[in-house]
Design a protein around this ligand. Structure first.
Ligand code: G3H
Ligand code: 13P
Ligand code: ZN
Length: 316
């Protein structure tokens, strides 16, 4: 089957209390690791591409890799999503390039400007059968070229539930990324992880049936953090979103959970381990292969946390 939008996935995820994993792809091994896990678990999938990924690998290579994944897995619904598009022009280009979902992230602009840009993207995308994710409120951490809020600022920029209704009505977006205390990257909390479930619930109450998205949702798994620190890395203070919080959000209105850092850490941990144990290794297949396996095992586990294992058929 061809690439799909998130429409049916979100409908089923909302109704049945689970979330779809949206995994960032930057190269073939990452994509293969993710896709072999979803094929084994029969889970619906969102593969997302950031501006940084396009710059690194080029759109045509990434699209070709994803096309193979779609062709080889006709029983799995796969959506190709633009992660954090920052202008109308970028989103338009991605619609034209064959994405089935785009995110317009104009959340750093004042409310009115965010509405204006998001509405423009939604009108264009909808004309072409593409769905749109938007963002209201601001996250912390670091994305390529965009420095998010600091730990202390995050709590002051959570999504305002009253604004959320106006925003969705005025823009016509199809899903909304909410700022609920998460941030991008491997250092999400200074001490105790704290998520604003009250914000998620309040937005959900005001927008019944409307799918919400959680960014910055990697868990910084102990297994990979320990391997990185053991084999010459230095990430002692890395801390992510507890997996119990991910499962809980999926049972609420959160239908899409974004994961990139956990992929990066799985890959890095394995490569570091191979180099430490075999200093003479110089065949990329012998370190990228184990890295791809580590990604697969991380995603297999994550699909159970999200609750979307075995849900591919109902999302087709
Ligand atoms: O939004 C953050 C994602 O982890 C993508 O990061 O822009 O460095 O590819 P990136
Ligand atoms: P993490 O850094 O927690 O993996 O978040 C990724 C993300 O939100 C991509 O948009
Ligand atoms: Zn994000």
């Amino acid at each position: 089957m061809a690439l799909v939008t998130t429409e049916k996935m979100f409908k089923m995820a909302y109704k049945n209390g689970y979330a779809i994993g949206a995994f960032n792809v930057n190269n073939m091994e990452i994509t293969q690791g993710i896709v072999s896990a979803i094929a084994e678990k029969k889970a619906p999938l969102i593969l997302q591409i950031s501006r940084g990924a396009r710059k690194y690998a080029s759109m045509s290579y990434l699209k070709a890799i994803i096309d193979v994944a779609v062709k080889e897995n006709p029983d799995i619904p796969i959506c190709m999503h633009l992660d954090h598009g920052d202008t109308f022009e970028v989103c338009k280009q991605c619609v034209d390039d064959g994405f089935t979902s785009v995110m317009i992230d104009a959340s750093h602009h004042p409310f009115e400007e965010n509405v204006k840009i998001t509405k423009q993207v939604a009108e264009y995308a909808h004309k072409h059968g593409v769905v749109v994710e938007a963002e209201l409120g601001q996250l912390g951490g670091i994305e390529e070229d965009v420095v998010g809020l600091s730990h202390d600022e995050v709590a002051n920029h959570l999504t305002d539930p009253d604004q959320a209704i106006d925003f969705v009505k005025q823009t016509g977006c199809d899903s909304l990324a909410v700022a609920c205390g998460t941030s991008h990257g491997a250092y999400k909390f200074k001490s105790e992880p704290k998520l604003a479930f009250d914000v998620i619930q309040a937005v959900a109450d005001k927008l019944p049936g409307f799918p919400l998205v959680m960014h910055g949702s990697s868990s910084v798994l102990k297994e990979f953090k320990d391997l990185i620190n053991k084999y010459g890395g230095k990430m002692p203070d890395a801390m992510g979103v507890p997996e119990s919080a991910i499962t809980k959000a999926g049972k609420m209105a959160v239908c899409k959970v974004n994961i990139d850092t956990d992929l990066r850490m799985a890959m890095t941990a394995k490569i570091r381990q191979v180099f430490a144990e075999k200093p003479g290794e110089f065949d990329p297949r012998n370190y990228l292969g184990p890295a791809r396996e580590a990604i697969k095992s991380m995603v297999l586990h994550k699909l159970d946390v999200l609750g979307c294992s075995g849900k591919a058929a109902e999302c087709l």
